[in-house]
Structure formats: structure tokens, C-alpha cells
Design a protein around this ligand. Sequence first.
Ligand code: HEC
Length: 141
Amino acid sequence: MIKSLKVLVILCLSAVFSLATQAQTDKQRAEIEARIKPVGEVCLQGDASCAATGAATGAARSGEEVYNTSCMVCHASGVAGAPILGDATAWADRIAKGRDVLLDSGINGLAGTGMMAKGGCGNCSDEEVTAAVDYMIDGSQ
Ligand code: HEC
């Protein structure tokens, strides 16, 4: 009787030990996986994963930043007849067409005019151009 009790205790102990060892192994595995996970992830423009994290260059730029780097060159002085930011008269008829029309012009350009798709900004996402158009609308009424 005592002998079989001893065997039972030993069996229990070894079960506890193997569980502990297993837990340790899982923890170590998680640590190792965390250490070897990729530093960066490649995402292509338009991917959902890019939209979540912002463009590959970092967070999405604000409308003002995009305007200053990509739109200002024409929209500050009126190059080729571009409506000037802040000129409420020049913008009134355009704003009257509705935001969707202006967003479409910003993203896809206006055929036959100096307004190219995304104002020529190759690395601007649709959201960034949208923010820039909103910035221009807000500043021009
Ligand atoms: C190379 C010059 C140029 C650049 C750069 C440029 N635009 Fe334009 N944009 C124009 C011109 C010219 C027009 C007027 C086109 C017309 O109606 O004849 C225009 C018109 C627009 C309009 C009004 C469209 C409409 O439907 O009435 C929006 C909105 C606009 N631009 C947004 C932007 C944004 C946003 C950027 C920067 C991402 C930008 N543009 C960069 C030249 C430019």
C-alpha cells in the first residue's frame, strides 16, 4: 500500500514537473519569436495593411503637409489657372460642385488641364490627397 502511494506521488510530481517544463518552453518560444520577428513589413500602396499603418514612409501626412509639398507650387500663385488657396471667389463655383467632385479631381486629375492626378504626387496615398483637398476647401471659403 505504502509502496503504491509512493509511486503515485512520484507520478504526480513528474506530471507537475513536465507541465512546468512545458510552460517554460512555450514562454521561451514566444520570447524567441518576438526576437526574430521581422523589423519592418513591406506593404504596397493601397493595401489595407498600409492604410492601417500609414504609408511605408510612416504615418499619413496631414492635408497641410501634402499641400505644402505637392500642391502649393501651383495653388499658391495660380500657375496655369490653378484656383489659389484662400481665394473664395475662385473656389466658390468649384466648391458648389460638391466635395466628391473635388476629391475626384484631386485624386484622378482634371483631363485637359494642368491639374494632374494627385497633383503629380506619385507617393501620395488617396487619403493624403483627400486631406489636401479638404485643407484647400476649408481654407478657401
Ligand atoms: C502643376 C500644377 C498643379 C499642381 C501641382 C496641383 N494642381 Fe490642382 N489644379 C491645377 C489647375 C491648373 C487647376 C484648375 C483646372 C481647371 O479647372 O482648369 C487645378 C484644380 C484643382 C482642384 C479643383 C478641381 C475642380 O474639379 O474644380 C482641386 C481640388 C485641386 N486642383 C487639388 C489639388 C491638390 C490636392 C493638389 C496637390 C496634391 C494639386 N491640386 C496640385 C494645377 C495644379
